[in-house]
Design a protein around this ligand. Structure first.
Ligand code: NCD
Length: 309
C-alpha cells in the first residue's frame, strides 16, 4: 500500500519495501528541492504539533525544521513539566486537545506503546518520535537514507550494529526495515543487552542472514557500515549494571584505520564515549551528514501523510 495519506507512522514493521523506497525517493526529492530555495510552499497553513515527553535534540528540531522548510508552522512542548500533564491530565486528553489545534502530531514518550495509544485517540495522523524502548521509525528511515547516500545502495551490504540492542529503539525500528533488503546483519552487544528474543525470531522467520557477537573488532573487519549506539542509561533498572556496561565499546580512529578504513560509520546520536571524537574527520564518519538527512526524510514523511506528495 503506497498511499501514506492520513496514515500513522508508528513502527518500522508497518513498511513494505516499496513504501520504504518511496519514502527514500521522496526524501531525495526534498533534498534537491532545497538546493535553490530555503522554503517550499507545500504545507503552507498547516500546523505540526511536537509533543516531547522525553529529552530530544535532533528528533524535535529536525521535525520543526522540516515543517518550516515545507512552509508550515509548528506548536508543541519539549518537556511535560510546563504542561497540564503536571496537573494530572491523561495522555488521551492531551492528544484530544492538541488535535483541535494541529493537523499532524509527532510524539515522544517514555512508555512503550504510547504513540499507538495517541494514534488510537487522534483522528489526525500521529508519528512516533520514540516510545520508550520500543520503536523510532523516522530515525530508522533516515539511517537507511544515509546508507543509500553514502554507499549508493542498501542491498548487498554487511551492516554491523553495535551497543545497547536491548533498549535501542532506533535499532528495533531499523531491523524491521533491513528485513526487506538483501543485507547481512552483525549484532554486537554485551550478553545482557542483546536484541529482544522476538526480534531475533522475526529475523529467523524471514531467513535473514545475521550473527550475534560480543566482539566489535571481528564484526568491524567484515562491515561495510558500522552503526554505533549509546548504552541507554535511562532504561536500566539497576544503576550498577549501567556502570558495568557503559564502556563496553569505544570506537577509536586507530581501530577504524587498522581494521576497516573505508567503513561508513553511523550513529543516531547523542554520542557519549562510544565513538572517540578523533574518528569524526575520517571520511566514512557520516553521523553529522546523517543529522542533516533527518530533515529531508522528515519533510518527506510529513508531506506524504498529509497527502501533499
Ligand atoms: C535516539 C533516541 O532517542 O532513541 N536519538 C535520536 O532520536 N536520534 C538514540 C539515543 O537516545 O540514544
Amino acid at each position: 500500500m503506497m498511499d501514506f495519506k492520513g496514515q500513522d507512522i508508528l513502527d518500522g514493521a508497518h513498511f513494505s519495501r516499496a513504501q520504504i523506497d518511496h519514502v527514500l525517493e521522496s526524501a531525495e526529492g526534498m533534498r534537491k528541492s532545497l538546493i535553490d530555495v530555503k522554503q517550499l510552499e507545500l504545507m503552507k497553513g498547516f500546523i505540526l504539533a511536537t509533543l516531547f515527553f522525553e529529552p530530544s535534540t535532533r528528533t524535535r528540531l529536525s521535525f520543526e525544521t522540516a515543517m518550516y522548510r515545507l512552509g508550515g508552522e509548528t506548536i508543541g512542548f519539549a518537556s511535560e513539566s510546563t504542561t497540564s500533564v503536571q496537573k494530572g491530565e491523561t495522555l488521551g486528553d492531551t492528544i484530544r486537545t492538541v488535535e483541535q489545534y494541529a493537523d499532524l502530531i509527532v510524539i515522544r514518550h517514555p512508555m512503550i506503546g504510547s504513540a499507538r495509544v495517541a494514534a488510537e485517540v487522534a483522528a489526525i495522523p500521529v508519528i512516533n518520535g520514540g516510545d520508550g524502548d520500543g520503536q523510532h521509525p523516522t530515525q530508522a528511515l533516515l539511517d537507511l537514507f544515509t546508507i543509500r547516500g553514502e554507499r549508493g545502495k542498501i542491498d548487498g551490504l554487511t551492516i554491523a550494529i553495535c551497543g545497547d540492542l536491548k533498549h535501542g529503539r532506533t535499532v528495533h525500528a531499523g531491523v524491521e526495515l533491513y528485513k526487506h533488503y538483501d543485507c547481512r546483519l552483525l549484532f554486537i552487544s554485551p550478553e545482557s543487552l542483546k536484541l529482544p528474543q522476538e526480534t531475533i525470531s522475526g529475523l529467523n522467520d524471514r531467513g535473514i542472514d545475521f550473527e550475534e557477537t560480543t566482539k566489535l573488532n571481528d564484526a568491524l573487519e567484515q562491515a561495510d557500515v558500522l552503526y554505533m549506539t549509546r548504552i541507554q542509561k535511562e532504561r536500566f533498572e539497576n544503576p550498577e549494571e549501567y556502570e558495568r556496561l557503559k564502556d563496553s565499546y569505544i570506537l577509536s580512529r586507530d581501530m577504524v584505520e587498522k581494521i576497516q578504513p573505508t567503513v561508513t560509520i553511523l550513529h543516531p546520536l547523542p554520542r557519549l564515549n562510544e565513538i572517540n571524537v578523533n574518528v569524526d574527520d575520517i571520511p566514512g564518519a557520516a553521523y553529522f551528514r546523517q543529522v542533516k538527512n533527518g530533515v529531508y526524510v522528515r519533510m518527506a514523511l510529513i508531506a506524504l501523510v498529509m497527502g501533499k506528495v
